[in-house]
Design a protein around this ligand. Structure first.
Ligand SMILES: [Zn+2]
Length: 569
């Protein structure tokens, strides 16, 4: 990955790209952050170079933490460990394979620990563990986010079992930041392997990777030699891992500052309820004020392809959307999108089903029908929102959960059930809006909220009218009758208390005037989030549990047992 100078030529002026062997003019290449303009190869950076590229000019202050590395084991391979250490120190000018600093990115304060591969291949030993742990503890004391830039071949064998313990030591330190509600970000650079990959590199709230960076526990050579497996070319690259839900974002070096700044902003305290122009609350809460609509017609309107999708609303009703990817378990479902955004200045976590407007988009998004990886991605983002104390907004628009063998094999029912329980217990405000079709458990898995709203032409139902007709009428043509019987229209839902308010649609529906629809959505959300933000974390949980406890009967264990005793006596 490092660039070599051209032999004989003016060595100082030219470098050869290791990706495509194109000779590059050194000054221009350095100005381009050491990314090859021909093939996009991201050359390895030293820790000082990395810090200089990422931080606001003048904002960097190195943390003076003494390196504690010692030769505890008296380790000798071809060279004694102290000689290797002395050599690494002389070559790099560093004490250890990490440099820690405090500073700011885009004006947002952050503590950083940046690894340097030149220093004994970025190996994780006591010194590195110490520095990463102290960087985390500094972030904790100063109540600022932590950024870790990783580059490592794995554990430092020269320190034996003490090096192994650094994985647990650093992981515990990151756990403390989770408890304190402080954002952690890792920036994965090539290569990140072994003990570093299996500790602080992948425990961060948000995992950002440079293009082509490799991340894994066992490296390619180990796998090929021990298991004799044939591995694909892209194996363990950032792009490969993004598709499998282990990386949130792959960001080219020239966009890193902007993207990291946006992420840090999401965790920064925002304005709370101090709006210059408070919008009028558009919600209708009296079913008598809503027109009587034909239920089947309403189903057809709710499914119209011109209706704005979650991503459309994210572009129109919110600002600064930063999509995050992956369930960290092996998947990144395209039918669910989510990430941080701002709602009239206030940081929020937005999660929604994603359909599309064309056949190609619908295909790419599984028609808005999530698999378990979609629900687990949503769960991960909701837990992150709770950690960062961000209100959760969900936008519901799905025919239902994906009905496929693959989804069943990966635990569709478990994923939905776990979301229902998770959402009920979230200690932050939760507002859900059914923007189109609310199909069954696949919709409810994103809709256990303090306030549930629906657009005027939206529907929310236990099963699709077609499915109900096929099962109960044994005739798919009975769908219109089933639609009427299922009571899924906005008016019915409001009457039953399933939704708390209806957002009236513009003339011709949300698809006819998306901007106006987005304005109303924003106004309804701002009002609801403001109301809820005045409640304590425990009160929010109680409110949500009671809301759903109330469906069916007011009977409690206490009243139920009393009436039973009365019946017996
Ligand atoms: Zn190149």
């Amino acid at each position: 990955m490092t660039l070599t100078t051209i032999e004989g030529a003016d060595e100082a002026q030219w470098v050869l790209c290791q990706g495509c062997t194109t000779p590059l003019y050194r000054k221009r290449w350095t100005r381009g952050l050491k990314v090859c303009p021909e093939c996009g190869n991201h050359a390895r950076l030293t820790a000082p170079e990395r810090l200089a590229q990422l931080f606001d000019p003048g904002a960097l202050e190195l943390l003076t933490i003494p390196a504690v590395t010692e030769d505890v084991l008296g380790f000798v391979d071809t060279v004694p460990y102290p000689t290797r250490l002395a050599d690494a120190r002389a070559r790099t000018g560093l004490d250890e394979a990490v440099v820690c600093a405090r500073g700011a990115i885009g004006g947002h304060p952050v503590v950083v620990a940046a690894m340097d591969f030149r220093f004994m291949a970025g190996s994780l030993g006591v010194g590195v563990g110490q520095l990463v742990t102290l960087a985390a503890e500094t972030a904790l004391v100063e109540q600022v986010p932590l950024l870790i830039v990783t580059s490592s071949g794995g554990a430092r064998m020269q320190e034996g079992p003490l090096s192994l313990m650094q994985m647990a030591r650093t992981s515990a330190a990151l756990g403390q930041l989770d408890e304190a509600g402080l954002l952690t970000i890792s920036l994965i650079t090539d290569p990140t392997y072994g003990g570093v990959a299996a500790s602080f590199a992948t425990l961060a709230d948000v995992i950002v990777a440079e293009p082509g960076a490799r991340l894994g526990f066992a490296g390619r050579r180990v796998i090929e030699q021990t298991i004799h497996q044939v591995l694909p070319e892209r194996f363990q690259t950032a792009e490969f891992l993004l598709e499998r839900g282990f990386v949130d974002l792959v960001v080219p070096r020239d966009r890193l500052r902007a993207e990291l700044s946006r992420l840090l902003a999401a965790a920064a305290p925002g304005p709370h309820g101090e709006l210059p122009d408070r919008p009028t609350d558009p919600r209708v809460s009296d079913p008598g004020l809503l027109p009587e609509a034909d239920p089947w017609e309403q189903v057809r309107l709710a499914r119209r392809l011109d209706r704005p999708t979650t991503l459309d609303y994210l572009a129109m009703a919110f600002t600064d959307f930063q999509e995050l990817h992956g369930d960290r378990l092996g998947g990144d479902c395209p039918a669910v999108v989510g990430g941080t955004a701002r709602l009239v200045g206030r940081p929020v976590m937005v999660i929604g089903h994603q359909k599309g407007h064309t056949a190609a988009e619908l295909n790419q998004r599984s028609f808005g029908m999530p698999g378990p990886d979609g629900y687990r991605k949503a769960a991960r983002l909701m837990r992150l929102a709770e950690k960062l104390r961000l209100p959760v907004v969900t936008l519901v628009d799905t025919p239902g959960a994906y009905p496929g063998a693959d989804a069943e094999e990966r635990g569709q029912a478990v994923a939905i059930a776990e979301n229902l329980r998770l959402m009920a217990g979230l200690e932050v405000p939760v507002v859900s809006v059914i923007i189109g079709e609310g199909g069954s458990g696949g919709a409810l898995a994103l809709a256990v909220a303090n306030r549930v709203l629906i657009f005027g032409n939206g529907v929310y139902s236990v099963i699709s009218p077609e499915g109900c007709a096929a099962i109960l009428w044994k005739d798919p043509a009975a769908a219109p009758r089933a639609a009427a019987a299922l009571s899924g229209s906005a008016r019915d839902l409001l009457r039953l208390g399933i939704v708390d308010g209806v957002i009236p649609e513009p003339e011709g529906g949300t698809g006819a005037d998306p901007l106006r629809a987005a304005d109303r959505l924003r106004a309804a959300l701002v009002t609801a989030v403001d109301e809820l933000s005045r409640m304590s974390p425990r009160a929010l949980v109680t409110d949500r549990r009671e809301r759903f406890r109330g469906f069916g009967t007011a009977l409690t264990v206490e009243t139920g047992l009393r009436s039973e005793r009365q019946g017996v006596s």
